[in-house]
Design a protein around this ligand. Sequence first.
Ligand SMILES: Cc1cc2nc3c(=O)[nH]c(=O)nc-3n(C[C@H](O)[C@H](O)[C@H](O)COP(=O)(O)OP(=O)(O)OC[C@H]3O[C@@H](n4cnc5c(N)ncnc54)[C@H](O)[C@@H]3O)c2cc1C
Length: 377
Amino acid sequence: MPGSAEKPVAIVGGGIAGLALGRALQGAQMPFVILERSVAAADAGLAIVLPGNAIAALGTLGLREPIEQLGYPFGRREYRTAGDKLLCEIDEDGFWGPTRRPRTIKRSALLAMLAEGLPGGAVRRETELRVAEIGAECTTLRLANGESLDTSLLVGADGVNSTVRKQMFTAAAAVKPALLAQASWRFMAPNPGVDCWTLWAGAEGMVLLVPVSRDEVYGWAAMTRPQPDVSSNKSLTRLIQNFPTRVQQAVTYAISGQGRLHWSPLEQVTLDLWHQGRAVLIGDAAHALAPVWAQGAALSMEDAIILARSLGRHAGVAAALSAYEAERRPRVEHVQRMTDAMSKAGKLPPFVRNILLPMIGPKRYRQTYEPLKVSIA
Ligand SMILES: Cc1cc2nc3c(=O)[nH]c(=O)nc-3n(C[C@H](O)[C@H](O)[C@H](O)COP(=O)(O)OP(=O)(O)OC[C@H]3O[C@@H](n4cnc5c(N)ncnc54)[C@H](O)[C@@H]3O)c2cc1C
């Protein structure tokens, strides 16, 4: 990549996408700096679900051993009614095979894994991008601390409300509420006896519990019917009244302790273009999705791998960015389509969903993940 020796790639955002890109650029021996506004990772102790293609991406980033040591394989997926009737189950281990077994992991452990071995000083914390002057040959960054920085390439890995995106496409209204639900809650709780990825869906909403260890579960809950007050815990308390005891135990634990329940809006980002001049977007900044298929981390890490590879293969930045976007779009758009399809199924009346899910559940799983089994390597 021309000019890279004098001006390192500036990555804004030290989340999953930004750290993964740092690792990939380090592997390609390209200089970079990661600018992260927070003091430390703000993950609130939560976990994340990593399907097989996320495990494969971690392997490509040189992290196969750590993820096999630290990630908890959950083996199977079950879809159940609010009354606990099993509608369908999927053998996830069998589908992905032994080297790409889906796993859960604490977000903090994933971020630490991605940051491990990066050169000293590569991640500049408490460093916030305010403004970017994006040019054809160089981009100048204006930081909150008053500093200016010239870069050969600005990468927006700064999440759903990306500042870089706003600087690139001032007119684009890219962020929209997700189709599945307006918002959701996340929490950790003592494991009430859940041994695999298990989703219970009722008329008003759904609750997912996934083991992170034998003793602890990661929980996610969403109201799929519009609510008058989307952030109120009252609707969650109401939702679980007719759910099985193990769901009630986990959710009640989360509601009853201060700081255990984490509410956030569910938003999606769709853009016609991910690059402009000497700037490009990766991860949620380019294509945030509702976590229906848990593809956020996987797609972010894949973006990072392909962007670093394109920069290494192409002599000019413009050609590299076009190649990156051309390679990534079909895979991302596939996940966007499957997310919309499953979100619509999630909103069906229970009696219809309960008839359809035994048939469409395994089919949708295969339709979604089969193309994602195809290696990006
Ligand atoms: C409820 C919920 C559940 C989810 N569950 C899963 C799951 O189970 N599995 C999965 O794979 N995905 C899941 N996701 C999605 C996943 O969390 C995201 O796709 C992933 O975190 C995206 O990573 P990122 O690095 O692109 O963005 P982020 O994680 O948002 O990181 C962006 C970083 O940029 C920094 N930043 C922002 N602005 C600036 C600035 N101006 N200057 C400097 N730094 C800045 C932020 O501080 C942050 O550290 C879930 C999402 C939600 C909302």
